[in-house]
Design a protein around this ligand. Structure first.
Ligand SMILES: C[S@@+](CC[C@H](N)C(=O)[O-])C[C@H]1O[C@@H](n2cnc3c(N)ncnc32)[C@H](O)[C@@H]1O
Length: 257
């Protein structure tokens, strides 16, 4: 450790994807970093806002690239804090939504290094919103439930089953690879005409959105690139999407040919 280095860590939520959806505070603190450790979902354009002389270290966990374990990341944060001073740990969305932020905070603080958190706009809220899908709507849905579909062992979580049995808007993260199985499971409890949306690369230039019913999604899913991160929204609010009825009519006409 250099003599004048004062180790500290800022955990910043980068927002859902588009570089201008980080908060004003988040961007301000990001620009004071001595080193940045960032996740797979953080946009390159946002990183370009910071001086090129600041080291930027990728610590993502995406399957196709070198994968860091949570222990690796914890150690890297502390090492870089002693080496450079102010570490910005930049995480997609909000750090506390499926972000394992508490594990990083506990580890860093065990070395006596101070940690501050700057909240971010979670993709769970912003991605459906960017597509014009309301999470709640008077008379349609009075709540939303953000969940991951499966447990560590790959089996469906009880939350998925309970939410399916209610009228809540279901917002499912980290579920794209299991899309067909999720649709099948939810269909056991909700009607097969229940609207569903899958939004990938939300708020980014390459954002895509597939809108259908649970029944229609079984077929539509064949054309979906399951390697891209996405958010699944299930519930009657999805019918508010501008293209819901048009897409459904096209699908019915197509299958009748
Ligand atoms: C490990 S979770 C982290 C969530 C993050 N902390 C947040 O608040 O948005 C990663 C999952 O978030 C969802 N996600 C994050 N950004 C997304 C985006 N721009 N478009 C679609 N889904 C996204 C996907 O379901 C992805 O698998």
């Amino acid at each position: 450790m250099k003599q004048d280095v004062m180790p500290k860590v800022s955990l910043i939520g980068a927002g859902p994807g588009s570089k201008d959806l980080i908060t004003v505070r988040g961007l301000g603190v990001l620009k004071t970093a001595d080193v940045i450790l960032y996740d797979a979902l953080v946009s390159e354009e946002l990183l370009a806002e910071v001086s090129p002389t600041i080291p930027k270290i990728y610590v993502g966990k995406r399957c196709s690239q070198h994968s860091f374990t949570q222990d690796d990341i914890n150690i890297l944060i502390v090492e870089n804090a002693y080496r450079y001073g102010h570490v910005v740990r930049l995480k997609g969305g909000d750090p506390f939504v499926f972000g394992r932020a508490h594990e990083e905070i506990e580890y860093v603080e065990s070395f006596g290094i101070p940690v501050t958190v700057v909240p971010g706009i979670s993709s769970a809220l912003a991605v459906p919103s960017s597509q014009g899908i309301p999470m709640t709507r008077r008379g349609v849905s009075s709540s939303f439930w953000v969940m991951t579909a499966t447990k560590r062992d790959g089996s469906f979580s009880d939350d998925l089953k309970y939410a399916s049995q209610s009228s809540t808007t279901m917002v499912i993260l980290m579920g794209v690879r299991k899309l067909e199985a999720i649709v099948q499971e939810v269909s056991k409890y909700r009607g097969s005409y229940t609207p569903i949306a899958l939004i990938q690369n939300g708020t980014k230039k390459n954002e895509s959105c597939t809108i259908s019913t649970l029944q229609g999604m079984q077929e539509a899913s064949l054309d979906i690139d399951k390697t891209k991160p996405g958010i699944i929204v299930i519930g009657n609010v999805v019918a508010e999407h501008p293209s819901f009825f048009e897409e459904e009519v096209q699908r019915v006409l197509h299958s009748a040919l």
